[in-house]
Design a protein around this ligand. Structure first.
Ligand code: ATP
Length: 271
């Protein structure tokens, strides 16, 4: 119970406007995921099966969890986040029971999203699976997903799986009716990095010109969203340290000037 409360309270409010560089993915999501969660009756009356599972794949730190949180927030859905390796080890031997419990709880809190991070750890290819536990876990997740919507609640429970190794997944998971929609969340290019930086810097006191942000994005080659978030945080801390060294006699305007994150702060954080 305590753990469940923790899961719910840890979910920060993420909106689509906080996500940078993923506009085409967000468009697809709005079309395919939001509609069934918001208006399941449409799918029901047209007899169209609503998606039960969507697979987000791409390298770590590119925003997969962020997307999940934004959808949940946008449609007012309950979201449970589970981590593949964690649930395998922490609940060793009782993973299937725990999965059943999570699905049952989510079903009671519809509309709901179950986000499974590092799905490949939970559901590796069965022929290569070393032990029986993994085979059983794959089988039980398949059964749980096949059961979604069977009590007439079509479209109100969605499983979002995230992985950076889509080919390591058991192929049965990617068949119709399971994770049958796949969305790549890849490494951002320079323009996407600039968009991510703009969004990360927005809540900070920072007056970088568009050109400066573009230049910064250009040199951040190979950085993903999580790396850029770390850079912005580091630059922010740097500015704050500067402010704490200035003594108490500054006016509010002067303080703002001192704590404003500069291009130099960001460049230093990146080097
Ligand atoms: P993992 O596979 O490691 O779980 P992930 O793809 O789920 O990674 P997130 O956890 O969503 O990545 O991203 C980590 C943090 O990096 C976010 O909380 C956010 O601060 C930042 N971030 C990542 N991608 C983006 C993005 N596209 N726009 C804005 N911020 C981002």
């Amino acid at each position: 119970e305590k753990e469940r409360q923790q899961e719910a309270s840890e979910v920060p409010r993420v909106t689509y406007s906080m996500i940078g560089g993923l506009s085409s993915q967000l468009d697809t999501i709005r079309e395919t995921i939001e509609l069934p969660l918001k208006h399941p009756e449409l799918f029901k009356s047209y007899g169209i099966p609503a998606p039960r599972g969507v697979l987000l794949y791409g390298p770590p730190g590119t925003g997969k969890t962020l997307i999940g949180r934004a959808i949940a927030n946008e449609v007012g859905a309950h979201m449970t986040v589970i981590n593949g390796p964690e649930i395998m080890s922490k609940f060793y031997g009782e993973t299937e029971a725990r999965l059943r419990q999570i699905f049952a709880e989510a079903s009671q809190r519809r509309p709901a999203i179950i986000f499974i991070d590092e799905l490949d750890a939970l559901c590796p290819k069965r022929e290569g699976a070393q032990n029986k536990v993994e085979k059983r876990v794959v089988a039980s997740l398949l059964t749980l997903m096949d059961g979604i919507g069977s009590e007439g609640h079509t479209g109100q429970l969605l499983v979002l799986g995230a992985t950076n190794r889509p080919h390591a997944l058991d192929p049965a998971l990617r068949r119709p009716g399971r994770f049958d929609k796949e969305l790549e969340v890849g490494v951002p290019g320079a323009a996407e990095r600039a968009d991510i930086l703009q969004k990360l810097l927005r809540p900070m006191p920072c007056r970088l010109s568009e050109q400066e942000v573009l230049e910064l994005a250009e040199v951040a080659h190979g950085y993903v969203g999580a790396d850029l978030a770390a850079v912005c945080k580091e630059a922010g801390l740097h500015a704050l340290r500067r402010a704490s060294g200035t003594g108490p006699r500054l006016t509010d305007t002067e303080v703002m000037d001192v704590i404003t994150v500069t291009l130099a702060d960001l460049q230093q954080a990146m080097s």
